[in-house]
Design a protein around this ligand. Structure first.
Ligand code: CMC
Length: 429
């Protein structure tokens, strides 16, 4: 027998179906509630609401589990590459050797950015944040690469997906070079996706960049752990904007804007700023912990806490290990890593954090890894955006193919004034 839930309001009972996911998660299907009862549900921040059924990513916040298409993120971080993981997310299965080669060739083929787009980059003010630039440029891609009527919808989507994955990486590196006033470095077909990115960022006519395979591995790991995280704020934005059937570039541009926020992807930059400020204040973490605990202080410990994880974020564990590996190789220590470790140790022993299940999240150690790779602070969230692209794309693709697709349009509980008369300006008191 199918499981149901009943709601009783003023003596009237309404029966609602219960749906169960493949990992046993259960949800009350309220899609017919308003029609049956005239009632809607109230759920600020959608903390208790599933907006879709999805077979892409599984997160168990209580047990600290993250899997892409069923495969644990730890295994992907250990054995896969970012390009292979992107293929898995977008297509549902790990690629064969031929499929992976074909995908890599396509990424190379689409890696150049239209030369006319350089004028855009060059005219942004120097103070512009790279996330603002990236979201504008991704939106502008549609103008430079319009739909071609001769292509089928599937061909159009496939080419847009590869363009985005490849060009966003090129545009990110290009914006950094232009921002610094340096010569733009073009992508090279002989380099892998992450090696190409590092080379475009750091190669220069006066100092050729040496590609270090350990750093390439670390960047692969960084992007793999960021590749998807089911219905997070930016992915929800991509799905919501995409639900109006806009083109993929516009939907991704909306995702980039959402990711920019310091409570979301912007946290990786905010963590390093916080660690730097602890360092400037002598390195004592106690006053910062005290501020985080103080209800009258809006300060939060950046890189701590998560809407879904009630335990250690599995991505943070992977990032911490990757950080250790890269920093052990370097001759110079990063003092911020010691501060981060101390901060974690003290916070995890404090009742405030224990009671609220606040643990390090993915952003806590990722900034330190990015610093070790030489990535400048204001590019941190751009690095997250490149990593999250496969997730946004696969979620968007799933949403447009969903037989239960509906344009996202939440309701509200209106609490404003009741009907009143318009008062002409001369009669207002
Ligand atoms: N420092 C201090 N207190 C915190 C923190 C923190 N980082 N995070 C949550 N709390 C407290 C919060 O004040 C509240 O306390 P009380 O119950 O006494 O009012 C309680 O914990 C629950 O917080 P919440 O804001 O209701 O929880 P949420 O699920 O809405 O917040 C969060 C999730 C990620 C927005 C929040 O933990 C936060 O602001 N963390 C810092 C920013 C951050 O690191 N963001 C990156 C998230 S992971 C990557 C990503 O998604 O992009």
């Amino acid at each position: 027998m199918k499981e149901t839930a009943t709601i009783t309001v003023n003596g009237k009972t309404f029966e609602l179906p219960i749906i169960t996911g493949s990992e046993g998660e259960r949800a009350i299907d309220i899609s017919g509630l308003r029609q049956k009862s005239g009632l809607i549900t109230f759920d600020p921040g959608f903390a208790n609401t599933a907006n879709c059924q999805s077979d892409i990513t599984f997160v168990d916040g209580e047990r600290g589990i993250l899997r892409y298409r069923g495969i644990p993120v730890e295994q992907l971080a250990e054995h896969s590459t970012f390009v292979e993981t992107a293929y898995l997310l977008i297509n549902g299965e790990l690629p064969t050797k031929e499929q992976l080669n074909g995908f890599s060739v396509l990424l190379n083929d689409h890696s150049l950015v239209h030369e006319d787009m350089r004028a855009f980059f060059e005219n942004f003010p120097r103070s512009a944040h790279p996330m603002g630039i990236l979201s504008s440029m991704v939106n502008a891609l549609r103008a430079f690469y319009p739909e071609i009527p001769e292509r089928t919808e599937e061909e159009e989507i496939n080419i847009t997906v590869t363009r985005l994955l490849s060009k966003v990486r090129t545009m990110a590196a290009m914006s950094y070079k232009i921002f610094r006033g340096h010569k733009v470095v073009y992508p090279r077909h002989d380099l892998t996706y992450p090696a190409n990115f590092l080379n475009m960022m750091f190669d220069s006519p006066v100092r050729p960049y040496h590609i270090d395979e350990d750093l390439v591995k670390a960047l692969n790991i960084f992007w793999i752990v960021h590749a998807d995280h089911e219905q997070n704020c930016s992915t929800a934005a991509v799905r919501l904007v995409g639900s109006a059937r806009v083109n993929l570039y516009a939907a991704i541009s909306a995702g980039i804007c959402a990711l920019w926020g310091p409570l979301h992807g912007g946290a990786n930059q905010a963590v390093v700023e916080m660690l730097e400020s602890i360092q400037k204040n002598g390195g004592d973490v106690a006053p910062f912990i005290a501020r985080a605990r103080d209800k009258n202080d809006p300060f939060r410990l950046m890189g701590f806490g998560h809407r879904v994880y009630r335990t250690y974020d599995p991505r943070a564990r992977i990032m911490k290990k990757a950080c250790d590996r890269v920093l052990n190789k370097m001759t110079q220590r990063d003092p911020l890593l010691d501060i981060a470790r101390r901060l974690e140790e003290v916070a995890l022993s404090e009742s405030y954090f224990i009671e609220r299940h606040l643990y390090p999240n993915v952003d806590f150690y990722s900034g330190i890894l990015l610093r070790a790779l030489g990535i400048p602070l204001n590019m941190f969230t751009v690095m997250f955006a490149i990593g999250r692209l496969p997730g946004w794309i696969s979620q968007w693709k799933e949403s447009i193919d969903d037989p239960m697709w509906k344009m996202c349009r939440p309701r509200q509980i209106y609490i404003g004034p009741n009907e009143r008369e318009y008062v002409p300006i001369g009669e207002r008191g």
